[in-house]
Design a protein around this ligand. Structure first.
Ligand code: PAF
Length: 290
């Protein structure tokens, strides 16, 4: 286990080091909170850490760019890696432990067991990134097994991911609570994402159309519109007017199953995935009838 002298933070690189730290925390009777990340931390991640610190005595942040959730044509090699800055931010928050294994530690030679993700993984992201949630569910289950936390914290920006994890936890009887924390936005509304740094200044402006489209969906809903094709139409129009034409989906779905719905009668969610320049962005907003 490394105590980074210049950073004042404990970093476990191996499962053995991790186990020793966790054992010590458990012996002291501390409740464990887990914040899984792929690094390139921003305020969204830090809000998860703060939520974990409010509820748990010992907070573990994992930093691992999980290869199995990227398709061969996706941005695994290009994915931002900012480990030093991440440690600075986490040490400023006085996080108890960072687990930052290398690939071999979690996927040693011969690794071949994967989670078949729940049905909620199939629509939306599942249509465009067919293997993605298999990789997410597999790594998250591995982290849950390695870190016996009482609560794990995830961001609502990855709405479908949160549902996949909640369904997996229920279906596999995993003794952990999942807390979904609110989306953190830039002052102008753009949902924070590690991938925002790929946006050119022009694309950064265009990307604002995603949150604007969702604002319009929420406004329409508050005015009493319940027809989903009308709400999707608003979103589509705002995206296209801003020059965001590579829209993968801009739709309304059931908030729990993520199946398409025609009319909002129960808890629902508006979701968008679109390419802005070369960057794929996602965002969402809940639509909850009284
Ligand atoms: O949301 C993420 O950053 C990742 O999908 C996660 C949950 C850390 C799994 O690699």
């Amino acid at each position: 286990m490394q105590m980074k002298p210049d950073k004042n933070i404990q970093v476990a690189r191996t499962q053995l080091e991790l186990r020793q730290c966790i054992q010590a925390a458990k012996t002291q009777g501390r409740s464990i909170g887990l914040v899984p990340t792929m690094g390139a931390l921003h305020e969204g991640h830090l809000s998860l850490v703060r939520a974990a610190q409010r509820e748990c005595d010992f907070v573990v942040v994992t930093i691992f760019v999980n290869p199995t959730q990227f398709a061969p044509h996706e941005d695994l090699d290009k994915y931002p890696r900012t480990f030093d800055e991440d440690l600075d931010a986490l040490s400023e928050l006085a996080v108890d432990l960072v687990f930052a294994p290398d690939q071999e530690e979690l996927y040693p030679h011969g690794f071949s067991t994967y989670v078949l993700p729940p049905a909620v993984a199939a629509p939306l992201e599942g249509q465009y990134r067919p293997e993605h949630f298999r990789g997410v569910a597999t790594i998250v289950l591995k982290l849950f097994n390695l870190i016996p936390a009482g609560i794990a914290f995830f961001g609502q920006k990855d709405y479908q991911q949160c549902q996949v994890i909640c369904h997996m936890v229920k279906d596999f009887n995993i003794p952990i609570e999942i807390q979904v924390c609110p989306i953190v936005r830039e002052a102008d509304g753009l949902a924070m994402s590690s991938r925002n740094r790929y946006l050119s200044p022009e694309d950064r402006l265009r990307a604002l159309a995603l949150s604007k489209a969702l604002d319009a969906a929420v406004a329409g809903f508050r005015q009493g519109i319940r027809d989903c094709s009308t709400i999707s139409g608003y979103m589509d129009q705002i995206l296209r007017q801003a020059g965001v034409t590579e829209i993968e989906y801009a739709t309304v779905a059931d908030a729990s199953t993520l199946q398409p719905i025609g009319c909002i009668e129960r808890r629902s969610v508006a979701l968008i995935a679109a390419r802005v320049g070369t960057t794929r962005l996602i965002d969402n907003a809940l639509l909850v009838p009284e």
